[in-house]
Design a binder for this molecule. Sequence first.
Ligand SMILES: NC(=O)c1ccc[n+]([C@@H]2O[C@H](COP(=O)([O-])OP(=O)(O)OC[C@H]3O[C@@H](n4cnc5c(N)ncnc54)[C@H](O)[C@@H]3O)[C@@H](O)[C@H]2O)c1
Length: 418
Amino acid sequence: MKIAVVGLGYVGLPLACAFAEKGIHVSGIDVSAEKIRLLKKGKSYVGDIKSSIVKKAVSEGLLSPSTDFRNVQKCECVIICVPTPLRKTKDPDISYIISSCENISKHLSKGTTVVLESTTYPGTTREVVSSVLEKSGMKAGRDYYLAFSPERIDPANKKWTVKNTPKVIGGIDSASLKKACFYYDKIIENVVPATSLEAAEMVKLLENTFRAVNIGLTNEMAQVADKLGLNIWEIVSLAATKPYGFMPFYPGPGLGGHCIPIDPLYLSWKMRSLNFYTRFIDLASEINSAMPAFVVGKLTRILNNYSIPAKGSKILILGLAYKKDVPDTRESPVLEIITELLNLNADVSWFDDLVIGGSYPGKRVKELSAAALKSADAVVIAADHSHFDYDFIVSNAKIVFDLRNVTRGKKGKKIHKL
Ligand SMILES: NC(=O)c1ccc[n+]([C@@H]2O[C@H](COP(=O)([O-])OP(=O)(O)OC[C@H]3O[C@@H](n4cnc5c(N)ncnc54)[C@H](O)[C@@H]3O)[C@@H](O)[C@H]2O)c1
């Protein structure tokens, strides 16, 4: 058996490694020559995948990284994991799906199973993927099998991984569903069949909209609590003592990453084309995207209480990534916080040792020393990385503004919370 994984990023690389770990040959295809170069050397660039895993898979010949789409020809199953971002206008950008399918279509063989994993609006696999793949002269359901399976990977989650997170699969017909389930069964403990491609596509959007809306609700409650002089973290944790009918969601500086800020907008775009307005999605997006401004507003109020004007204040931001324990800065609301503070002429620096390379606003601090903490007027804890020493941070900072409640249990007038 040989599988091709097209797009070796946060989703594709762990998937390719999961097949290789089961002794299945994987042809890993990516347009990034740099990523292929690293993989060939046995180096991983994805946090959840250790370089030793890539090295073993490559040296045993189980993972063959390449930029060459001709390798598709030798594979029984092709899984597409390319990006699905938004355009500047916030409309879906499915150009990566189209371009990867154009390349696949040139080398597609009869009887191959093609699965799309990229998150997208309902209808993409049937309308876009199958019509581009038709350039091969083959028809989905007649000459090759076609399925959609949403990826549910949660970077840095040690408990729920590719293997033990149930996987929903929808096929263009029952034979395609059966074929796709057969391949995923090799690596996934629990494969869950859906009745159609569109149902499987919609599942992912419901899941991520559920998170976006509930985080939006909690972020609004954080602003309500702030106005009432209450601690939102206490309110959420007290509500969470109810054993039924409540699920805790936590406030923060806003949404980030490649999924939650983006995926619901794929659905709202699709629905606008059907003259239906998804008000929950739009409202949550509005509230969540206003959180960086709320954070900056609250920080200026805190500074004001110490007679420090925002202009010229020295602010040290801890954590640039969009969430705990990942190096991923895509859509990170922290970048917007830094930009807004720079617009106020604050002197902003940041520290995040997980983030390698890149060009970011503000000054990068290479070491989180006592001197760096002491020299800042305020230290903002933006991403709650596990390896940060919060006792050290609190004891050396003049003012702490904690956006993640990592200072719970610590007392002192200088600690302020979102
Ligand atoms: N990152 C997550 O946590 C996550 C979770 C669930 C679902 N998803 C979804 O999975 C998809 C992939 O996300 P990701 O985070 O892995 O993205 P990524 O940017 O980390 O990886 C995508 C890879 O595809 C490659 N690529 C781009 N165009 C290509 C082409 N035409 N042919 C071959 N390779 C190409 C890129 O070079 C990159 O290596 C997206 O639709 C995303 O919404 C992501």
